[in-house]
Design a protein around this ligand. Structure first.
Ligand code: C5P
Length: 403
């Protein structure tokens, strides 16, 4: 496991994002790290030491003047007996204290006393992040060698405000932890990957189009997960409303034919993951001008032409990537259709899922998939799309590098 034996001191400060520390602790421990938590007084207003203690299987340190804790480890040992100090969420207040060397509670005293690398994941209202004082503090901390992950752009949990201030997601923090602690946690370093994502839009005329339903969430998450494992990722996306993930080269296309060209122009590559919901047909000759609706006239017929099958083209290409992964969104006979697709498309792996409307998978944030390959069928539980992406990236790394 990537973080086996690593000791992480996790400082949780106050903010809505404190609830994400549960997931962060779980994911760090999953990778073999031990987590020792410190909570500020404000953090305890958002999450309880009891829950943090249970998840980390550790004593939770909260008080600078605790006689028991000081006898047990003491704040100087807390500061030193670890491989990395992670502050998540890092509030504007705690950043200010760090920047000025204040040490009036356990968290700030430990941060002042530590000689270990420190990674902070700031989380705050966008106005607080943009405030001149926070800007100055962030600059000071960077100059002091403090590592940053985020904050990210997005919606704030507590208000309808959007902007920069959202805490990085736990998996992004874990990836930053791995980068800092372990260069070998990059099994795909030096490998190139092409990922397609989202729908394609096939124009009928300049204002109308045919498309499949697809949010692009799963494909984008896979591109990001491969990049976190060190791959050089090109994400070729149809029209979506979600942002490009960080750490990938994004190429935006509209039509299936454009998507195919974009994919082929990036061969050779080590990995291809074709997640896009490509429209099977395009309009044979789309109109140059908007087709007018005229009262009393019969609606215009649409003559369709078949689109190229991108996965199949790549799967049988003479510069075929070493590992080709396709998706099979089905509403029935999932395994049978998945196996047939593996063969027909020349893929090494098919990620099959049931997209019947009642599953809520399409456009949703969760997914339940079966991995079909020459190794057999592996059924994964109901997972978040990020988690499916993470697991798939790990599996790709294993199959590709034999690790
Ligand atoms: O044949 P079907 O559309 O069910 O196959 C789904 C898989 O094939 C997905 O991986 C999808 O990205 C890919 N595909 C493609 N080009 C098409 C149709 C599907 O790359 N024209």
């Amino acid at each position: 496991m990537a973080l086996t034996g690593k000791r992480i001191l996790l400082i949780i400060s106050g903010g809505i994002a404190a609830y994400k520390s549960f997931d962060l602790i779980r994911r760090l421990r999953e990778r073999g790290a031990s987590v020792r938590p410190i909570m500020t007084r404000a953090a305890q207003e958002f999450v309880t030491p009891l829950a943090v203690g249970a998840l980390s299987a550790s004593h939770v340190y909260v008080d600078l003047f605790s006689r028991e804790d000081e006898q047990d480890v003491g704040h100087i040992r807390l500061a030193r007996e670890n491989d990395l100090v992670v502050v998540a969420p890092a509030s504007a207040d705690l950043m200010a204290k760090m920047a000025h060397g204040l040490a009036d509670d356990l968290a700030s005293a430990v941060l002042l006393a530590t000689d270990r690398p420190v990674l902070i994941a700031p989380a705050m209202n966008p106005k607080m992040w943009a405030a001149p004082a926070t800007r100055r503090n962030a600059e000071t901390l960077k100059a002091d060698g403090i590592h940053f992950i985020g904050p990210m752009a997005g919606e704030m949990a507590e208000s309808n405000e959007a902007g920069i201030g959202r805490m990085a997601e736990p998996l992004e923090i874990v990836a930053a932890v791995e980068r800092l602690l372990d260069g070998t946690a990059k099994p795909l370093a030096g490998k190139t990957a092409i990922v397609t994502s989202g729908p394609t839009h096939e124009p009928i005329d300049p204002v109308r189009y045919i498309a499949n339903r697809s949010s692009g969430r799963q494909g984008h998450a896979i591109a990001a997960a491969l990049a976190r494992l060190g791959a050089d990722v090109t994400l070729i996306s149809g029209p979506v409303t979600i942002p490009d993930p960080s750490g990938v080269k994004a190429v935006h296309v509209e039509r299936a034919e454009e998507m195919l060209d974009a994919v082929l122009s990036r061969l050779p590559a080590d990995i291809a993951v074709m997640v896009a919901a490509v429209a099977d047909w395009r309009v044979a000759s789309s109109a140059e001008q908007k087709i007018k609706k005229r009262p009393g006239e019969v609606p215009p017929p649409l003559q369709l032409a078949e689109n190229p099958d991108i996965l199949k083209t790549v799967g049988h290409h003479d510069r075929r990537p070493k590992l080709v992964v396709g998706f099979a969104a089905e509403t029935q006979d999932i395994e049978k259709n998945g196996r047939a697709k593996l063969e027909r498309k020349g893929a090494d792996m098919i990620v099959a899922n049931d997209v019947s409307p009642e599953t809520g998978i399409m456009g949703g944030s969760r997914n339940r998939v079966k991995i079909i390959s020459a190794h057999g069928i592996d059924e994964w539980p109901d997972l978040g799309k990020d988690e499916v992406a993470e697991r798939l990236a790990q599996l790709i790394a294993e199959r590709l590098t034999g690790a």
